[in-house]
Design a protein around this ligand. Structure first.
Ligand code: ADP
Ligand code: MG
Length: 453
């Protein structure tokens, strides 16, 4: 086998294991340039591919190569720059331009009436990195064997990080694999309204029987079930009846089950009974890959320095990343020119100089009270009720830790003359923070909100 064939065979095996998007991103423009003793030298187009291949895919690549030729013991990646990106000629046809703009991200995909799924969300265009690989793997497994692997599948993570995309990708994949399966995607808000209306109109039985015929139930954003007792009760029964029949249930939330306030214990333990996977924040490299993928979808060439600028500065979430790109796309369609770095900086001001990434007193109080489903004023209430004392202590702890407030300053904010309460709170939460995983996770989630607006 010559080196070309060797690499072709390797690629065709890798292709089976990863999504199209990832494959295109990481393996395009790679080739074996030579084999020296026991080492294969592979050329890659840039530093990101190099880093990604050597950190993420090296084991797989080596295993496959070794399988094909057992003399091979090592792989090295070197950068071989590609020819400069060729920018397509300007298109002056106004109608075509218009049509293009409409196509941008506003593309009206047809949401299926039966399943409520949006075909835009697929595994193929879902970029995987260390921040979401567990969630992705679990979702993929579920799509291959609905009802039989992880049930329920519970995905959690902050806003705009891909929960809905992933949930719907599972749905779309199952539709693709089997047309017969009844799949239903429902946002929790719609679910709650559905139940409230059904109760009001005395047809809850119809609602229940429709639910019980579903093969795959996808319920998005279940944190909204907090405090909705009637909905929780109905959902508990629906859950059990589906679960007993090995029907797949997929859930998402902005936090893990044990951090959803006012969630019935029995429901919480159901949520925890399957697979729980989180999605965190993508790192710089992954942000760049996501941008490149979206660009490919949108057929636009934006220079590397602009992409680097976006990936380095837009960190809040993936939705913002897309927003930034769309801003540039619209500009480029309207002006018939591709924005350079200077223009991009101007256009993206609102994304980048957002006041989101600094903490302040107001944000801490808001984030803590929202997280625990309290009104902001509740946190200041003079009471010993645990549901209030605890969030209050956490707020004090965060003021101290994140903003370096003095104890007397904290005490003043909470209307107290005595700052020993503040000292006590910070010490207590501080100790627990190191020893209690649930609390650590809660505080981390609160911090994410403080810092991401
Ligand atoms: P969430 O439900 O967590 O708030 P979404 O699933 O709505 O987030 O994602 C926000 C946007 O970012 C969507 O347009 C989605 O397609 C895109 N997106 C999120 N994660 C990824 C990913 N890993 N790869 C590609 N696009 C993504
Ligand atoms: Mg969502």
């Amino acid at each position: 086998m010559d080196i070309k064939e060797l690499w072709q065979s390797t690629l065709s095996q890798i292709q089976l294991d990863i999504s199209k998007a990832n494959f295109a991103t990481w393996f395009q423009n790679t080739e074996i340039i030579f084999i020296k003793e026991e080492k294969v030298v592979v050329s890659v187009p840039n530093a990101f591919s190099k880093e990604w291949l050597s950190n993420k895919y090296n084991k797989t690549i080596l295993k496959i190569l070794h399988g094909l030729d057992d003399r091979i013991k090592d792989v090295e990646y070197i950068i071989k720059p590609q020819a400069a990106v060729i920018i397509p000629p300007k298109n002056s046809n106004v109608d075509a331009e218009k049509a293009n703009i409409e196509q941008l991200n506003f593309e009206e995909f047809k949401i299926d009436k039966e399943t409520n799924l949006n075909p835009r969300y697929t595994f193929d265009n879902f970029v995987v990195g260390s921040f979401n690989e567990l969630a992705h793997a679990a979702a993929w497994a579920v799509s291959e064997n609905p009802g039989l692997t992880y049930n329920p599948l519970f995905i959690y993570g902050g806003v705009g990080l891909g929960k809905t995309h992933l949930l719907q990708a599972v749905g779309n994949k199952i539709v693709e694999n089997s047309k017969k399966k009844k799949i239903r995607y429902i946002s929790s808000e719609k679910f709650i309204t559905g139940i409230v209306n059904a109760i009001r109109n005395h047809n809850i039985d119809v609602f229940k029987s429709t639910l019980s015929q579903i093969d795959v139930l996808i319920l998005d954003d279940v944190q909204f079930l907090a405090g909705k007792n009637k909905t929780q009760e109905e959902f508990f029964h629906a859950f059990n009846s589906l679960y007993e029949k090995n029907k797949q249930i997929i859930l998402s939330s902005d936090r893990p089950p044990n951090a959803i306030p006012e969630l019935e214990e029995r429901l919480r333990s159901r949520f925890e009974g399957g697979m729980i996977a989180d999605i965190s924040f993508p790192d710089y490299e992954t942000r760049l890959v996501i941008l490149k993928n979206k660009l490919q979808e949108k057929h636009l060439d934006i220079s590397e320095d602009v992409l680097d600028y976006i990936a380095s500065n837009v960190k809040k979430n993936i939705r913002e990343l897309e927003g930034a790109l769309n801003r540039l796309l619209i500009y480029s369609k309207l002006n018939n020119s591709i924005p350079n770095l200077e223009t991009a900086k101007k256009l993206l001001k609102s994304y980048i100089f957002s006041p989101f990434d600094v903490a302040n007193y107001k944000k801490i109080i808001e984030a803590v009270s929202k997280f625990y489903n309290l009104e902001e004023k509740d946190i200041f209430e003079a009471t010993r009720k645990r549901e209030i004392v605890r969030p209050r202590q956490i707020a004090m702890f965060l003021l101290r830790r994140e903003l370096k407030y003095s104890f007397p300053a904290i005490a003043r904010k909470f209307g107290g003359k005595d700052h020993t309460t503040a000292i006590y709170a910070c010490k207590k939460i501080g100790q627990e923070f190191n020893n209690n995983n649930k609390l650590t996770e809660e505080i981390n989630l609160i911090k994410q909100r403080v810092y991401s607006g």
